[in-house]
Design a protein around this ligand. Structure first.
Ligand code: ADP
Ligand code: MG
Length: 692
């Protein structure tokens, strides 16, 4: 038996199977720090790619330094100062180079640090320029005596987002060690034949170039994110993800579904509608009908910006299934939205045809709702409560998930498992760029409502916080003219940062909006109170509704024409777009006032009313890592999605993935071993178990 500690046997093990503790210098403390950053295996370390590359042969004069720049500076030490700030000890070293001077600063410096500098001697400093307040600083820079050759200087050096407890230098050494000892054993998920055909470098080689590019000529491409080594890793990652999605889809469609077709119930609903469907709605409905007519479960995502009219389309899809005598389950993210759905559905399918099932029902009501679901009520709408074990259906034919991005893949699968191969229709308005949507929802067919119904214009303005009284005047006039308005606050109640709904409502009632019918709505109220308030707002008994993000998704009160978002800079872009979408839902159009501190996000909103365009802008601004759901849904591990070739790579990976996933020898082919393992790691376990 070979011992795990034998270095020779370790070196041949693939890095994914080697724990970080196998690396020299990684003891229990560092293991914990690495685990906290999500790094468990040596492969995790190797796949944490540099965030930037610094060409250390290119030095910058102090006079030319720009804030935020990662710079290399050579200068002479003018003096040293050690001291203690409010909390921490520090060491400051003043350096000048003939064009200017700066301070290098270290907090909690190790004892030996001071002795590394001699007044009058030259030093090379490498670090990020901080110019928020004078004098110019480099915080915690790396340093060298000039001319001294070491692994951390010379040509091109990688800069990382380092886990806690590491500096650039110690992290770089760790990566170098990992690469040296285990890089050669990195296993390629792409089968060799495909690798050769697509012309991919082997992974070990790609990793080496990405971490320690020897050639300065590689740097411009690496910085742009379109170096062949980067594209190769990205393509591999996309291939794994797309294969995982394709496998899931195959599992979900393994058993046949019962086809169904629209009839008199659908016709009745259409006749009673106060408007005609738009061309986009009709087209999407036809796509859904074609799915429903097949002997294969529908797996469809309905995308459409907020207000584009998704609900009625799904309602009409539900009609076709109910027509066939089967049940429909609707999963909504909030009880406010579930109630709204139930109320709408009752007008279409009759009060007997709809059961509401939320977590706020009393025990007896809950038993009655569960009994109704099990007994065959045509449409059951609810929140997460629907997923609980006690809720069963008699013949579930269609699962509708509203605001799909609020739910995990797991929950979607769990609801689907409550019926024999039900159809699935998921809706989302979350502004995810199309390229990413394909990445994340690649297992679903997509239908898109490109445009909503004809409506009046929706105008967005920014108002500096100091001009709040003008906003109150606008609100007052709107209410007096018979309009309806939302005032959205970031918090519910009490002292804290940002306005609170309850306090704001009191302030308005006693002052600027005295005599106007005001209401308050927030998530901490009991469900019945929430419904009552919303009903009164809909009916016009409340004119101004002071609220929180509880109305962020789905709430539809077409009469509302004005939304004031308080402390708007505290909300995310996607959230603001959703909140704004509460108005402008009729031919009267709408107005959105963003009140607070100036912020680039708010400028984007003022300039652009299209959710998809906003999402693209946001992606360019921040990278995909922060996008709603992108992380959790398994978007590519590295932030290369902004690569100009991303969509091409995605298309090609998707094509190859479809072929691989459909192979009849998928489960046994030895050349697919690594890919299979990677795919299994990508699919949530519960999904594999319950999806099929
Ligand atoms: P979302 O796509 O955000 O879920 P909804 O389905 O709630 O949007 O629709 C927004 C509003 O537009 C609702 O008040 C709905 O009744 C209305 N609506 C939907 N389709 C049409 C249409 N074809 N013509 C006019 N109004 C419509
Ligand atoms: Mg909706």
């Amino acid at each position: 038996m070979s011992s795990a500690g034998d270095p020779a046997s370790l070196a041949t093990r693939p890095p994914a199977l080697v724990p970080v503790s196998a690396l020299k210098g990684v003891g229990p403390r560092r293991v914990a720090a690495l685990a906290a950053a999500g790094l468990h295996s040596v492969a995790d370390v190797l796949h944490r790619l540099p965030r930037a590359y610094q060409d250390r042969s290119a030095r910058t004069s102090i006079a030319d330094l720009r804030p935020g720049q990662d710079a290399v500076v050579v200068g002479r030490v003018l003096g040293l100062r050690e001291g203690r700030g409010a909390k921490r000890r520090f060491l400051e070293v003043a350096v000048e180079d003939g064009t200017g001077s700066l301070l290098a600063t270290w907090f909690q410096p190790p004892r030996w640090l001071r002795a590394s500098f001699t007044v009058g001697a030259d030093v090379v400093l490498m670090g990020r320029v901080d110019a928020r307040f004078p004098p110019l600083r480099l915080a915690q820079p790396e340093f060298e005596a000039p001319g001294k050759e070491g692994p951390h200087r010379g040509g091109v050096v990688p800069l990382y987002g380092v886990p806690d407890g590491f500096g650039q230098r110690s992290w770089r050494s760790l990566v170098a060690q990992a690469l040296e000892a285990y890089g050669g054993a990195a296993r390629d998920p792409v089968p060799p034949e495909l690798r050769a055909r697509v012309g991919l470098p082997v992974r070990a080689q790609a990793l080496r170039i990405l971490h320690f590019p020897v050639d300065a000529d590689d740097v411009p491409a690496l910085r742009r994110g379109d170096h062949p080594a980067q594209q190769a890793l990205l393509w591999e990652d996309l291939l794994v993800l797309q294969t995982a999605l394709a496998r899931r889809r195959l599992a979900w469609q393994a058993r046949p579904a019962e086809p169904c077709a629209p009839g008199p119930i659908r016709r009745g609903i259409l006749q009673a509608l106060p408007f005609a469907l738009t061309a986009a709605q009709r087209r999407v409905l036809a796509e859904i009908d074609a799915d429903l007519a097949r002997h294969r479960p529908m797996l469809r995502l309905l995308q459409g910006d907020v207000g584009s009219g998704k609900t009625i389309v799904t309602m009409l899809a539900a009609a076709a299934v109910i027509e066939g005598g089967r049940q429909v389950a609707v999963l909504a993210p909030t009880d406010v939205l579930a109630e709204q759905w139930a109320a709408r559905a009752r007008t279409r399918f009759g009060p007997e045809g709809v059961t509401l099932l939320t977590g706020s029902l009393g025990a007896a009501e809950r038993r009655a709702a569960d009994a109704a679901a099990a007994g065959g009520t045509p449409l059951v709408v609810g929140t997460h409560a629907l997923l609980s074990q006690g809720t069963a259906f008699c013949d579930l034919g269609l699962v509708i998930v509203d605001e799909q991005h609020r739910f995990g893949v797991f929950q979607r699968a769990r609801l689907r498992a409550k019926g024999p191969e039900p159809h699935l229709l998921a809706m989302t308005a979350t502004p995810i760029p199309r390229s990413l949507a394909l990445t994340i929802y690649g297992d679903l067919d997509a239908s898109t409502l490109e445009e909503g119904p004809e409506r009046g214009p929706l105008v967005t303005e920014f108002v500096e916080g100091a001009r709040r009284p003008e906003v109150w005047n606008i609100l007052r006039r709107a209410a007096q003219a018979g309009g309806r308005a939302f005032v959205v606050c970031p918090r519910v109640e009490g002292p804290g940062a940002g306005r609170a709904a309850v306090d704001t409502a009191e302030e308005l009632a006693d002052g600027p909006l005295e005599g106007i019918a005001l209401g308050v709505l927030h998530g901490r109220m009991p469900a019945s109170a929430k419904t009552a308030v919303l009903d009164r707002f809909r009916a016009g008994a409340i004119r101004v509704l002071v609220t929180t993000t509880v109305i962020e998704v789905g709430v539809d009160v077409p009469e509302a024409t004005l939304v004031v978002i308080e402390d708007a800079h505290r909300f995310g872009l996607a959230q603001l777009h959703q909140l704004r979408g509460r108005v402008g839902r009729s031919e009267r159009g709408g107005r959105c006032l963003l009140v607070g501190d100036p912020h680039p996000r708010l400028d984007l909103l003022v300039d652009c009313a299209d959710g998809f365009a906003l999402a693209e802008a946001d992606l360019a601004l921040r990278g995909p890592g922060d996008l709603v759901g992108a992380r959790q849904a398994g978007a590519p591990a590295f932030a290369l999605c902004t690569s100009p070739r991303f969509v091409d790579l995605l298309r090609s990976a998707r094509r190859e993935a479809a072929v691989l996933a459909a192979r009849s020898d998928w489960a046994e082919a030895p050349e697919l071993d690594v890919l299979r393992a990677a795919v299994d790691a990508r699919l949530p376990r519960a999904d594999v178990l319950q999806g099929g």
